[in-house]
Design a protein around this ligand. Structure first.
Ligand SMILES: Nc1nc2c(ncn2[C@@H]2O[C@H](COP(=O)(O)OP(=O)(O)OP(=O)(O)O)[C@@H](O)[C@H]2O)c(=O)[nH]1
Ligand SMILES: [Mg+2]
Length: 443
């Protein structure tokens, strides 16, 4: 990180203002070449109006607001300058060219955050949270990411790591100082580890919600022609997106609508009604209907009194099927069943319950606390948590089987290593500090 990087930090241009960010040991020297007043003379974290000039002929390029952040009190921990220029393409290009010719290089994607991480300004979960905030498709996703940026996840993982450190201290003391400490207290060791596994499993159960809130879910409407798929899609979407008609076979192709249900970004897909057909275009549509089942998190299988039932082998492969009886306003109520949702696109009867059923199915993985968690781990955290749980379970089994402490220590070290990778912290340092703070090594 001896070099200095520069890039446009703000979004789509043209815009009123664009922010160009420069970070690195030469940031002030480089910016000084295109402004008159030296950066070092400006108080840190303050803004100042300044004229940007070309290096060779001192031609005026733009008026900019310059904010100077002196290291280590900056986002990256390095010297940082932000130039708020007028947000036109030509201005931005010219300023960046000048900065590059003065010694900066173009920043790689995520490089400012990477520097913040390497300089200890952010841990990995916080760096990920920044990316999540930017990509958040819904307010719920943004809320989750904000929590993570605030260090919520890191704090929880830290607490679990401390439990594991306590177990490691117990174990390593009996390895290093057997005369002083004696045999490992297996009951105490296992109790600590079981508590840690329990906490990790609780965290792990938030992964499903994390995936749904970050990446969204797919809900596909399926059924015979005229069963009311397009009508239901329009009601759920709150707008007339798909054409509705009494003519069977109206929808010929799949139609996607993005909706937000309980903070989960959902792609709702209307499909061509399933029936035997000799119409070439309708058959292509029906083929697409079948394909969409494979990608669906939930299939809404629609039936009504006035259309034939569908019997589709592909439905066996669908991850989840919710049965929906449509047109409840004109239904005769024959064969009523508690495991079906009765809805009407005309009177809206049963629509709220259907939405709740969808949310429940998406979020519920057998854990009642799941949907109320204020954090939700991502796929990377989840993979590391699973590795840590495996390692801890190995230690628990081996401890109960009377395996020697030095062998247990290997798996315990692994568990701590995987958890430290969640935040990206150096586990060895933590371990040393823990041991020296608890034992007086005076002899
Ligand atoms: N009474 C009543 N009629 C409905 C309801 N939902 C749909 N219909 C009617 O049923 C007919 C078919 O509705 P669509 O929503 O187009 O059905 P579809 O399943 O999309 O049909 P295809 O696109 O042909 O596969 C239309 O005449 C709708 O007005 C409902 O809840 N109650
Ligand atoms: Mg339709």
């Amino acid at each position: 990180m001896n070099d200095t990087i520069a890039a446009l930090a703000s979004g789509r241009i043209p815009a009123g203002v664009a922010v160009i960010r420069i970070s690195g040991p030469q940031a002030f020297r480089i910016v000084d070449q295109i402004t008159n007043l030296p950066c070092s003379s400006q108080q840190s974290s303050t803004a100042r109006l300044t004229t940007l000039r070309s290096i060779l002929d001192r031609r005026v390029i733009d008026q900019a607001l310059r904010i100077v952040f002196k290291n280590p009190r900056s986002f990256t921990g390095e010297d940082v300058v932000e130039l708020h220029v007028h947000g036109g393409l030509v201005v931005i290009d010219e300023v960046l060219e000048l900065l590059y010719s003065a010694g900066a290089r173009p920043a790689n994607p995520g490089e400012f955050s990477e520097r913040a991480f390497l300089n200890g300004k952010l841990d990995l979960t916080q760096a990920e949270a920044i990316a999540d905030i930017i990509a958040a498709p819904t307010r719920s996703a943004r809320d989750l990411a904000s929590m993570q940026l605030g260090g919520q996840l890191t704090n929880i993982v830290n607490e679990i790591e401390q439990q594991i450190q306590r177990a490691r201290v117990l174990l390593e003391a009996s390895i290093d100082f057997p005369e002083d400490v004696g045999d490992v207290d297996v009951i105490a060791l296992v109790a600590i580890l079981q508590a840690a596994v329990c906490d990790l499993e609780r965290l792990q159960r938030t992964a499903r919600r994390g995936r749904l809130v970050r990446q969204g879910a797919s809900v596909v409407l399926l059924g015979a022609p005229n069963v009311g798929k397009s009508s239901l899609l329009n009601v759920l979407a709150g707008k007339d997106r798909a054409i509705v008609s009494p003519i069977a076979g109206t929808t010929r192709d799949t139609i996607d609508v993005q909706i937000d249900i309980a903070g989960i970004p959902i792609t709702l897909t209307d499909t061509a009604g399933l029936r035997e057909s000799s119409d070439a275009i309708e058959m292509i549509g029906i083929d697409r209907t079948r394909q969409s089942i494979g990608h669906a998190d939930i299939v809404l299988a629609l039936e009504s009194d006035d259309t034939p039932p569908i019997d589709l082998p592909e439905l066996q492969n669908a991850s989840y099927v919710l049965k929906v009886h449509t047109k409840s306003d004109i239904s005769m109520g024959v064969n009523e069943s508690p495991d079906k949702h009765y809805v009407s696109a005309k009177t809206y009867q049963g629509i709220d319950a259907l939405i709740q059923g969808i949310v429940h199915q998406l979020l519920d993985d057998g854990n009642p606390t799941n949907s109320n968690e204020r954090i939700a781990v991502n796929a990377r955290h989840s993979a590391l948590i699973l590795l840590a749980i495996d390692a801890l379970n190995r230690v628990i089994t081996a401890s109960n089987a009377g395996i020697t402490p030095d062998l247990l220590a290997v798996d315990l070290h692994d568990a701590a290593f995987h958890l430290a990778n969640i935040s990206g912290r150096n586990v060895i340092d933590a371990m040393h500090q823990e041991i020296f703070s608890r034992f007086c090594i005076g002899k």
